[in-house]
Design a protein around this ligand. Structure first.
Ligand SMILES: NC(=O)c1ccc[n+]([C@@H]2O[C@H](COP(=O)([O-])OP(=O)(O)OC[C@H]3O[C@@H](n4cnc5c(N)ncnc54)[C@H](O)[C@@H]3O)[C@@H](O)[C@H]2O)c1
Length: 342
């Protein structure tokens, strides 16, 4: 292993150069903590394309070459889900740190094996739940930490657009998993039960539209609406509280977050038992740093590798999310809520 001290560069291999891998490549190259030594893909066209853009990187189609190279410290895996476990297992066994794209593995058994392997080999295993590192979500966390919102009532997310219909996962695994990671990060609450409703129209294998309802402890509910069959792209999260409410519109170019000083109370002076009082105040649009989420994620990963710290989106966190995804699948099948065991 080449990482000698905190000032050494982390030698990275990026595996999978389809849609997402090149974003990893670009951001790794932009961070001084890293040196990208390999790009790897099975597709020759991708290798040719990126070797002409980045001539200093060695582009190969044989993953085992990376595993054998003692100079590689970190393997970043952005290949299809069905390959995640096999590649990550090999990398961890060879003593590499691993960044594994979401949703980690095909099932919780595999995820659990990777978590144990990383622990045994004292390696960092991070799952690429990028939203958690985005400036808007970091800002919402800051607001929640200040307890300005009061009691949290609900989380309501709409994540819909046309496509990209996936072959290997349903829309919950593709899109709602981001909400699962955001909720876990923001609220630190324990999910009690999950109910999912979904339909398949175009491809009879996987649901293309779905609604997921998650019951948490302390009367908190999350509702997530995901779709690959929407004519418009919408990415809106609403968080309702007893004192204030927050909206996060990820499509808005410069007003992504709004904090509404609005709430509903019961007027105690009223004789009638039910007389709600609606309070409405200022709307605040907080300033957000302009950092790319993926860059924040990779900076956090470098910090964790150099200081032997557990990432926010650790393997354990990825495993928690997988259990929620598996419960959603069972609920889709049996058409009933599924209780989550912890
Ligand atoms: N974090 C995020 O926000 C985010 C966004 C998009 C995709 N992703 C994740 O990234 C992963 C890849 O998604 P994508 O959309 O880029 O897929 P893609 O199909 O566009 O690209 C995958 C690439 O991996 C290559 N590949 C397949 N098997 C390989 C192997 N054994 N060795 C080397 N290369 C191999 C393929 O040739 C292809 O070029 C998925 O897990 C996806 O969920 C994450």
């Amino acid at each position: 292993m080449s990482l000698k001290n905190k000032h050494s560069k982390i030698n990275v291999a990026v595996v999978g150069l389809g849609y997402w891998g090149p974003n990893l490549l670009r951001n790794f190259l932009d961070i001084k903590d890293y040196k990208v030594v390999y790009g790897c893909d099975l597709d020759k066209k991708n290798l040719e394309k990126y070797s002409s853009i980045y001539p200093s990187i060695k582009f190969i189609n044989n993953f085992d070459e990376i595993i054998k190279d003692k100079n590689v410290d970190l393997v970043a895996i952005a290949t299809p889900l069905s390959t995640h476990f096999r590649l990550a297992e090999k990398a961890l066994k060879a003593g590499k740190h691993v960044l594994l794209e979401k949703p980690m593995t095909q099932n919780s058994k595999e995820a659990s094996r990777l978590v144990k392997l990383a622990k045994r080999n004292n390696k960092i295993l991070m799952v690429g739940y990028t939203f958690v590192y985005s400036e808007p979500i970091k800002k919402i966390k800051e607001i929640l930490n200040k307890k300005e919102i009061g009691q949290i009532y609900y989380y309501d997310s709409t994540r819909i657009n046309l496509g990209l219909i996936q072959n290997d996962v349903n829309v919950i695994w593709d899109l709602a998993c981001h909400d699962f990671s955001i909720i876990n990060y923001l609220f630190n609450k324990v999910p009690v039960a999950i109910q999912a409703f979904g339909s398949k129209f175009v491809n009879s294998r996987n649901e293309e539209i779905a609604h997921v309802i998650i019951k948490y402890d302390k009367n908190f509910t999350a509702h997530i609406n995901v779709s690959w069959l929407s004519p418009v792209k919408i990415r809106i999260i609403l968080i309702g509280g007893s004192k204030k409410m927050i909206t996060f519109d990820d499509i808005s170019p410069n007003e992504k977050i709004r904090i509404y000083n609005k709430s509903v109370d019961l007027e105690s002076s009223q004789i009638t038992p039910f007389k709600p009082a609606y309070r409405s105040g200022d709307v605040i649009i907080p300033y957000l740093e302009q950092n790319e989420s993926l860059k924040n994620e990779l900076l956090h990963l470098a910090y964790c590798i150099k200081n032997n710290k557990k990432p926010i989106t650790s393997g354990e966190e990825g495993l928690k999310i997988l259990k929620m995804l598996e419960a959603s699948d069972i609920s889709l099948k049996i058409n009933k809520p599924v209780m989550l065991r912890h």
